[in-house]
Design a protein around this ligand. Structure first.
Ligand SMILES: C[S@@+](CC[C@H](N)C(=O)[O-])C[C@H]1O[C@@H](n2cnc3c(N)ncnc32)[C@H](O)[C@@H]1O
Ligand code: SF4
Length: 307
Protein backbone atom coordinates (compact mmCIF):
# COMPACT_ATOMS: atom_id res chain seq x y z
CA UNK A 1 0.00 0.00 0.00
CA UNK A 2 1.42 3.35 -1.05
CA UNK A 3 1.80 6.04 1.52
CA UNK A 4 0.83 9.55 0.30
CA UNK A 5 4.40 10.61 0.99
CA UNK A 6 5.60 8.02 -1.55
CA UNK A 7 3.26 9.27 -4.22
CA UNK A 8 4.14 12.92 -3.77
CA UNK A 9 7.87 12.84 -3.16
CA UNK A 10 8.93 16.46 -3.49
CA UNK A 11 11.25 17.20 -6.36
CA UNK A 12 14.82 17.81 -5.24
CA UNK A 13 15.76 21.47 -5.31
CA UNK A 14 17.56 22.63 -8.43
CA UNK A 15 21.36 22.64 -8.24
CA UNK A 16 22.65 25.87 -6.80
CA UNK A 17 26.05 25.84 -8.45
CA UNK A 18 27.65 24.60 -11.59
CA UNK A 19 31.44 24.54 -11.50
CA UNK A 20 33.03 25.06 -14.89
CA UNK A 21 36.71 24.23 -14.76
CA UNK A 22 38.57 26.10 -17.46
CA UNK A 23 42.03 24.67 -16.87
CA UNK A 24 44.35 22.95 -14.40
CA UNK A 25 47.53 24.96 -14.51
CA UNK A 26 48.74 28.13 -12.89
CA UNK A 27 51.34 30.89 -13.10
CA UNK A 28 51.86 31.26 -9.34
CA UNK A 29 53.45 28.69 -7.06
CA UNK A 30 51.35 28.74 -3.92
CA UNK A 31 52.64 26.61 -1.09
CA UNK A 32 49.08 25.63 -0.14
CA UNK A 33 48.01 24.49 -3.60
CA UNK A 34 49.43 22.23 -6.25
CA UNK A 35 47.64 23.35 -9.39
CA UNK A 36 50.88 24.94 -10.56
CA UNK A 37 52.48 21.49 -10.79
CA UNK A 38 49.92 20.53 -13.43
CA UNK A 39 50.04 21.39 -17.09
CA UNK A 40 46.74 20.62 -18.79
CA UNK A 41 48.47 17.73 -20.54
CA UNK A 42 45.07 16.03 -20.93
CA UNK A 43 43.61 19.14 -22.51
CA UNK A 44 42.36 17.17 -25.50
CA UNK A 45 39.90 15.38 -23.24
CA UNK A 46 38.30 18.58 -21.94
CA UNK A 47 34.76 19.38 -22.93
CA UNK A 48 34.62 21.46 -26.08
CA UNK A 49 33.46 25.08 -25.83
CA UNK A 50 30.40 24.30 -27.96
CA UNK A 51 29.34 21.53 -25.57
CA UNK A 52 30.06 23.80 -22.60
CA UNK A 53 27.62 26.28 -24.12
CA UNK A 54 24.98 23.57 -24.38
CA UNK A 55 25.58 22.51 -20.77
CA UNK A 56 25.24 26.07 -19.58
CA UNK A 57 21.94 26.26 -21.38
CA UNK A 58 20.79 22.98 -19.81
CA UNK A 59 21.87 24.23 -16.41
CA UNK A 60 19.93 27.44 -16.89
CA UNK A 61 16.78 25.38 -17.59
CA UNK A 62 17.45 22.97 -14.75
CA UNK A 63 18.14 25.64 -12.14
CA UNK A 64 15.24 27.71 -13.43
CA UNK A 65 17.48 30.73 -13.70
CA UNK A 66 18.31 30.60 -9.99
CA UNK A 67 21.70 28.89 -10.02
CA UNK A 68 25.19 30.32 -10.23
CA UNK A 69 28.02 29.26 -12.49
CA UNK A 70 31.43 29.16 -10.82
CA UNK A 71 34.23 29.65 -13.34
CA UNK A 72 37.30 27.99 -11.89
CA UNK A 73 40.83 26.66 -12.49
CA UNK A 74 43.86 26.52 -11.89
CA UNK A 75 44.21 30.10 -12.90
CA UNK A 76 41.23 30.28 -15.21
CA UNK A 77 42.17 33.64 -16.73
CA UNK A 78 45.25 32.09 -18.37
CA UNK A 79 42.77 30.98 -21.04
CA UNK A 80 40.95 34.26 -21.59
CA UNK A 81 38.91 33.20 -24.59
CA UNK A 82 37.49 30.17 -22.79
CA UNK A 83 37.03 32.23 -19.63
CA UNK A 84 35.13 35.06 -21.31
CA UNK A 85 33.30 32.57 -23.51
CA UNK A 86 31.74 31.12 -20.36
CA UNK A 87 31.01 34.46 -18.68
CA UNK A 88 29.50 35.94 -21.86
CA UNK A 89 27.30 32.88 -22.39
CA UNK A 90 26.12 33.21 -18.79
CA UNK A 91 25.24 36.84 -19.41
CA UNK A 92 23.27 35.92 -22.51
CA UNK A 93 21.39 33.24 -20.54
CA UNK A 94 20.82 35.57 -17.61
CA UNK A 95 22.75 33.18 -15.36
CA UNK A 96 24.82 34.59 -12.53
CA UNK A 97 28.51 33.78 -12.82
CA UNK A 98 31.20 34.05 -10.18
CA UNK A 99 34.94 33.51 -10.23
CA UNK A 100 38.02 33.63 -8.01
CA UNK A 101 41.26 34.60 -9.74
CA UNK A 102 44.75 35.47 -8.60
CA UNK A 103 44.74 38.88 -10.28
CA UNK A 104 47.87 38.45 -12.38
CA UNK A 105 45.93 38.73 -15.65
CA UNK A 106 44.14 41.96 -14.72
CA UNK A 107 46.97 44.42 -15.02
CA UNK A 108 45.64 47.05 -17.41
CA UNK A 109 42.59 49.34 -17.44
CA UNK A 110 41.50 47.61 -20.66
CA UNK A 111 41.42 44.15 -19.11
CA UNK A 112 39.66 45.51 -16.01
CA UNK A 113 37.01 47.05 -18.28
CA UNK A 114 36.60 43.78 -20.15
CA UNK A 115 36.03 42.02 -16.83
CA UNK A 116 33.40 44.55 -15.79
CA UNK A 117 31.63 44.54 -19.15
CA UNK A 118 31.71 40.87 -20.06
CA UNK A 119 33.28 38.95 -17.15
CA UNK A 120 31.59 37.37 -14.12
CA UNK A 121 29.02 39.20 -12.01
CA UNK A 122 31.05 38.47 -8.90
CA UNK A 123 34.83 38.69 -9.12
CA UNK A 124 37.05 37.69 -6.19
CA UNK A 125 40.75 38.34 -6.14
CA UNK A 126 42.75 36.10 -3.82
CA UNK A 127 44.92 37.71 -1.19
CA UNK A 128 46.66 35.84 1.61
CA UNK A 129 47.49 38.86 3.71
CA UNK A 130 47.59 42.63 3.88
CA UNK A 131 51.36 42.15 4.30
CA UNK A 132 53.19 41.98 1.01
CA UNK A 133 55.93 39.68 2.27
CA UNK A 134 53.50 37.08 3.64
CA UNK A 135 51.38 37.06 0.49
CA UNK A 136 54.41 36.79 -1.80
CA UNK A 137 56.05 34.10 0.33
CA UNK A 138 52.98 31.86 0.47
CA UNK A 139 52.06 32.52 -3.17
CA UNK A 140 55.57 31.55 -4.20
CA UNK A 141 56.35 34.57 -6.40
CA UNK A 142 57.73 38.02 -5.63
CA UNK A 143 55.40 40.66 -7.06
CA UNK A 144 52.24 38.60 -6.55
CA UNK A 145 50.96 41.00 -3.88
CA UNK A 146 51.47 43.99 -6.12
CA UNK A 147 49.62 42.27 -8.96
CA UNK A 148 46.70 41.18 -6.77
CA UNK A 149 46.19 44.61 -5.21
CA UNK A 150 46.65 46.31 -8.58
CA UNK A 151 43.92 44.09 -10.04
CA UNK A 152 41.53 45.05 -7.24
CA UNK A 153 42.21 48.76 -7.72
CA UNK A 154 41.84 48.56 -11.50
CA UNK A 155 38.56 46.67 -11.21
CA UNK A 156 37.10 49.17 -8.75
CA UNK A 157 38.17 52.08 -10.97
CA UNK A 158 36.72 50.42 -14.08
CA UNK A 159 33.44 49.72 -12.32
CA UNK A 160 33.14 53.38 -11.36
CA UNK A 161 34.17 54.62 -14.80
CA UNK A 162 31.69 52.34 -16.54
CA UNK A 163 28.96 52.94 -13.98
CA UNK A 164 28.35 49.25 -13.41
CA UNK A 165 27.78 49.16 -9.63
CA UNK A 166 26.13 45.75 -9.76
CA UNK A 167 29.42 43.91 -10.36
CA UNK A 168 30.70 42.68 -7.01
CA UNK A 169 34.42 42.96 -6.33
CA UNK A 170 35.56 40.82 -3.43
CA UNK A 171 38.78 39.69 -1.86
CA UNK A 172 39.22 36.01 -1.05
CA UNK A 173 41.53 35.62 1.93
CA UNK A 174 43.21 32.49 3.19
CA UNK A 175 43.39 32.09 6.96
CA UNK A 176 46.20 30.16 8.58
CA UNK A 177 48.46 30.32 11.62
CA UNK A 178 50.55 33.24 10.37
CA UNK A 179 47.72 35.66 9.76
CA UNK A 180 44.64 34.84 11.83
CA UNK A 181 45.64 37.17 14.65
CA UNK A 182 46.02 40.00 12.13
CA UNK A 183 42.49 39.89 10.76
CA UNK A 184 41.72 43.39 11.99
CA UNK A 185 44.49 44.90 9.87
CA UNK A 186 43.52 42.61 6.97
CA UNK A 187 39.90 43.83 7.08
CA UNK A 188 41.04 47.42 7.32
CA UNK A 189 43.28 47.02 4.31
CA UNK A 190 40.67 45.25 2.17
CA UNK A 191 37.60 47.32 3.05
CA UNK A 192 39.12 50.74 3.67
CA UNK A 193 42.46 50.96 1.89
CA UNK A 194 41.53 48.98 -1.22
CA UNK A 195 37.78 49.61 -1.02
CA UNK A 196 36.61 46.11 -1.99
CA UNK A 197 32.99 45.16 -1.24
CA UNK A 198 33.73 42.20 0.98
CA UNK A 199 36.45 40.07 2.45
CA UNK A 200 35.69 36.36 2.20
CA UNK A 201 37.74 33.99 4.31
CA UNK A 202 38.85 30.50 3.43
CA UNK A 203 40.34 28.46 6.22
CA UNK A 204 43.39 26.51 5.19
CA UNK A 205 42.50 23.02 3.98
CA UNK A 206 44.72 20.19 2.80
CA UNK A 207 46.28 21.43 -0.40
CA UNK A 208 44.15 21.67 -3.50
CA UNK A 209 45.31 19.41 -6.26
CA UNK A 210 47.21 17.28 -3.75
CA UNK A 211 48.36 14.05 -5.33
CA UNK A 212 50.75 12.62 -2.77
CA UNK A 213 50.21 11.98 0.94
CA UNK A 214 52.55 14.66 2.21
CA UNK A 215 51.18 18.13 2.67
CA UNK A 216 53.91 20.12 4.41
CA UNK A 217 52.25 23.54 4.26
CA UNK A 218 49.02 22.29 5.78
CA UNK A 219 50.84 20.31 8.48
CA UNK A 220 52.92 23.34 9.41
CA UNK A 221 50.32 26.08 9.19
CA UNK A 222 46.91 24.69 10.10
CA UNK A 223 47.23 25.26 13.84
CA UNK A 224 44.91 28.04 14.84
CA UNK A 225 43.64 28.62 18.36
CA UNK A 226 39.86 28.54 17.82
CA UNK A 227 39.05 30.64 20.89
CA UNK A 228 41.52 33.27 19.86
CA UNK A 229 40.19 33.25 16.30
CA UNK A 230 36.65 33.61 17.54
CA UNK A 231 37.75 36.62 19.61
CA UNK A 232 39.43 38.23 16.63
CA UNK A 233 36.42 37.63 14.38
CA UNK A 234 34.02 39.02 17.00
CA UNK A 235 36.22 42.07 17.35
CA UNK A 236 36.27 42.62 13.56
CA UNK A 237 32.56 42.03 13.37
CA UNK A 238 31.98 44.87 15.83
CA UNK A 239 34.61 47.18 14.44
CA UNK A 240 33.66 46.90 10.77
CA UNK A 241 29.94 46.44 11.40
CA UNK A 242 30.06 43.23 9.42
CA UNK A 243 26.82 42.19 10.99
CA UNK A 244 26.62 38.61 9.85
CA UNK A 245 28.10 36.60 12.68
CA UNK A 246 26.23 37.61 15.84
CA UNK A 247 22.90 38.06 14.10
CA UNK A 248 22.67 35.12 11.81
CA UNK A 249 21.82 32.51 14.46
CA UNK A 250 18.56 34.33 15.06
CA UNK A 251 17.53 34.61 11.42
CA UNK A 252 15.67 31.62 9.92
CA UNK A 253 17.34 32.29 6.59
CA UNK A 254 20.69 31.69 8.22
CA UNK A 255 19.97 28.23 9.59
CA UNK A 256 21.79 26.61 6.74
CA UNK A 257 23.96 29.55 5.78
CA UNK A 258 27.73 29.42 6.00
CA UNK A 259 28.04 32.06 8.67
CA UNK A 260 25.85 30.33 11.26
CA UNK A 261 28.03 30.22 14.37
CA UNK A 262 26.28 27.04 15.44
CA UNK A 263 28.17 25.38 12.64
CA UNK A 264 31.49 26.63 13.84
CA UNK A 265 32.91 23.78 15.81
CA UNK A 266 35.51 25.62 17.78
CA UNK A 267 36.78 22.57 19.62
CA UNK A 268 37.05 20.17 16.75
CA UNK A 269 40.81 20.01 16.68
CA UNK A 270 42.45 20.03 13.27
CA UNK A 271 41.20 21.62 11.13
CA UNK A 272 40.11 23.84 13.98
CA UNK A 273 37.02 25.08 12.19
CA UNK A 274 34.32 23.12 10.50
CA UNK A 275 32.04 25.46 8.65
CA UNK A 276 29.14 24.81 6.40
CA UNK A 277 30.64 24.81 2.96
CA UNK A 278 28.20 26.66 0.76
CA UNK A 279 29.58 25.66 -2.55
CA UNK A 280 30.87 22.18 -1.98
CA UNK A 281 27.94 20.75 -0.06
CA UNK A 282 25.37 22.14 -2.44
CA UNK A 283 27.20 21.04 -5.50
CA UNK A 284 28.38 17.67 -4.27
CA UNK A 285 24.81 16.61 -3.83
CA UNK A 286 23.18 17.96 -6.89
CA UNK A 287 25.47 19.28 -9.54
CA UNK A 288 27.67 17.69 -12.13
CA UNK A 289 31.20 18.50 -12.98
CA UNK A 290 32.92 19.47 -16.14
CA UNK A 291 36.44 18.16 -16.53
CA UNK A 292 37.41 17.61 -12.92
CA UNK A 293 36.37 17.17 -9.32
CA UNK A 294 35.25 20.23 -7.35
CA UNK A 295 37.62 22.19 -5.18
CA UNK A 296 36.81 21.13 -1.65
CA UNK A 297 37.20 24.27 0.36
CA UNK A 298 35.38 25.64 3.35
CA UNK A 299 34.52 29.28 3.38
CA UNK A 300 33.18 31.77 5.81
CA UNK A 301 31.75 34.94 4.41
CA UNK A 302 31.45 38.06 6.46
CA UNK A 303 30.30 41.18 4.73
CA UNK A 304 29.49 44.76 5.35
CA UNK A 305 27.47 44.76 2.11
CA UNK A 306 24.16 42.90 2.10
CA UNK A 307 24.34 39.93 -0.27
C1 LIG B 1 42.30 27.08 -6.06
S1 LIG B 1 42.23 28.82 -6.21
C2 LIG B 1 41.84 28.99 -7.93
C3 LIG B 1 41.67 30.41 -8.36
C4 LIG B 1 42.91 31.25 -8.51
N1 LIG B 1 44.02 30.57 -9.05
C5 LIG B 1 43.25 31.92 -7.21
O1 LIG B 1 44.20 31.53 -6.53
O2 LIG B 1 42.52 32.86 -6.88
C6 LIG B 1 40.70 29.31 -5.44
C7 LIG B 1 40.85 29.78 -4.00
O3 LIG B 1 41.23 28.70 -3.21
C8 LIG B 1 42.13 29.14 -2.23
N2 LIG B 1 42.97 28.03 -1.78
C9 LIG B 1 43.99 27.46 -2.43
N3 LIG B 1 44.56 26.49 -1.69
C10 LIG B 1 43.84 26.42 -0.54
C11 LIG B 1 43.93 25.60 0.60
N4 LIG B 1 44.86 24.65 0.73
N5 LIG B 1 43.03 25.80 1.61
C12 LIG B 1 42.07 26.76 1.48
N6 LIG B 1 41.94 27.57 0.42
C13 LIG B 1 42.82 27.41 -0.59
C14 LIG B 1 42.94 30.17 -2.94
O4 LIG B 1 43.60 31.03 -2.02
C15 LIG B 1 41.89 30.87 -3.76
O5 LIG B 1 41.33 31.95 -3.06
S1 SF4 C 1 45.79 28.93 -5.23
FE1 SF4 C 1 45.30 29.72 -7.25
S2 SF4 C 1 47.11 30.98 -7.70
FE2 SF4 C 1 47.74 29.61 -6.09
S3 SF4 C 1 48.67 27.82 -7.15
FE3 SF4 C 1 46.49 27.37 -6.70
S4 SF4 C 1 45.46 27.89 -8.57
FE4 SF4 C 1 47.43 28.95 -8.60
Amino acid sequence: MFQPSQLFTPKPPPPRFLFVTVNRRCNLRCQHCQFWTRDDADHDTYILPSRTGELLHEYQQLSRGQGSVVICGGESMLDPEVYFGVSETCRRLDLKSISVVNGTQIQSPEMAERMILSGPDEISISLNSHRQELHDETRGKPGAFHQATQAIRLLIEARTRLQRPSTRIYVMGLIFDQNYQELDAFYHFVLNTLGADKLKLNFLQPSFGQRGEVDPFYAKHCHVDPDELRKVIDHCDQKYALGSIPNCATKPSCISAPCNPARINTKAGVPAFKLQNTSATATNATSWWMNTEPPDFVSLTVSRVPP
